[in-house]
Write a protein that binds this ligand. Structure first.
Ligand SMILES: Nc1nc2c(ncn2[C@@H]2O[C@H](COP(=O)(O)OP(=O)(O)OP(=O)(O)O)[C@@H](O)[C@H]2O)c(=O)[nH]1
Ligand SMILES: [Mg+2]
Length: 337
């Protein structure tokens, strides 16, 4: 199951207490103070993991506590530090702390594999009484306690990391395109809202050259207000480098379709409009061959009046125009970096 939101509670480990102790040795009646320091508590650390794709784990267990530091002991022995607790999260996870008044503070943005962030630092250990001996007080009887750590409430929001975001009405052929360009096997069917969860696919250009494309559920007018499957998936294309608008060549009004999609993205997030994009007309195999070129030219001309974008005509089923599309996208990604 794909889960892209979770709330959890974390607590770093408390510091161990400092010890009060005095040296006891044969023939030394009055030993000096030798209480050791407490160990540091373990921290709560988050690490980006490319093998984790969902926040599912954080749906089921919601409380995470790092180990406490141990108390110091005699002979100036420091207590052991508590081990850090490492939480592995998918790349693209944003972590917010929810404050008591409900406001949120961003703590981390997990974007790279193996990158770590300390979300909550373990408590410092207390000082043993051996630290407090002075010329006037050679037998101090006090030590300090370790620092106690409070629980933090965190919100985890996953925004998938992809280079290209596929945008289109339901049934436009987005999942089919992803399935022919990559090894991803999304569900495909001849009805709307087949795709219910975002999916990523790696599109290979050549060895060492590839990009990641994200397929999301179809968008309809009003999506930004929650219509259809709504805006809950739009965030997964929020940080792609570019967008690919996919428009069925059989749409009644392809230009209007494109405008509606663009408007929905803009209403969701103004920044989306600034992203570079490519427009592709899908399913051109459904137009009889003798009419095809004319129909493509007709639609391209309509678009040419309002945008200087080249339209790419493709068919995932008929394997038409897919290679040029791949190269166009790849080039656009490189240029956008
Ligand atoms: N003839 C033809 N049919 C296609 C092509 N691409 C997709 N289809 C068909 O169009 C229907 C919808 O395809 P999907 O890939 O599921 O469409 P989608 O955009 O992912 O749809 P949602 O997930 O509902 O938003 C399926 O029946 C596909 O077989 C194409 O290039 N040519
Ligand atoms: Mg789909």
């Amino acid at each position: 199951m794909f889960i892209d939101y979770a709330k959890i509670r974390v607590r770093a480990g408390n510091g161990g207490d400092g010890a009060v102790s005095f040296r006891r040795e044969k023939y030394i009646p009055k030993g000096g103070p030798d209480g050791g320091d407490g160990g540091r508590g373990g921290s709560i650390v988050v690490k980006g993991d490319p093998n984790v794709n969902t926040l599912l784990d954080y749906r089921y267990s919601k409380r995470f506590t790092a180990a406490n530091g141990l108390a110091g002991s005699g002979n100036r022995k420091s207590g052991h530090s508590g081990e850090d607790l490492v939480l592995r999260m998918p790349m693209g996870t944003e972590i917010f702390q929810i404050m008591d008044d409900g406001t949120k503070i961003k703590l981390a943005d997990v974007t790279d594999a193996e990158e770590t962030f300390v979300l909550a630092k373990g408590g410092r250990g207390g000082k043993g009484n051996s630290n407090f001996a002075t010329p006037t007080n050679q037998a101090p009887r006090h030590a300090t306690p370790g620092k106690r750590c409070n629980e933090l409430q965190l919100e985890l929001v996953l925004k998938l990391m992809a280079d290209v975001g596929l945008v289109g009405f339901p049934n436009a052929g987005k999942s089919t395109l992803l399935s022919v360009l990559s090894a991803a096997r999304p569900k495909i069917a001849d009805y709307e809202f087949t795709t219910l969860e975002p999916m990523l696919g790696v599109v290979k250009i050549q060895e060492y050259q590839h990009f990641v494309m994200a397929d999301i559920p179809g968008i309809i007018e009003g999506a930004h207000m929650g219509k259809g499957l709504g805006h809950q998936f739009l965030r997964h294309i929020q940080r792609t480098s570019i967008l690919l608008y996919l428009i069925d060549i059989n749409s009644e009004d392809p230009l209007e379709a494109y405008r509606t999609l663009k408007a929905e993205l803009y209403l969701y997030d103004n920044f989306m409009e600034k992203k570079p994009f490519t427009i592709a007309l899908s399913k051109i195999d459904t137009i009889p061959e003798e009419e095809r070129a004319a129909r493509i030219a007709e639609v391209s001309n309509i678009f040419a009046k309002t945008t200087d974008h080249q339209i790419q005509a493709i068919s995932s089923v008929g394997n038409i125009g897919l290679e040029p599309l791949k190269y166009t996208l790849y080039k656009q990604i490189k240029e956008s970096l």
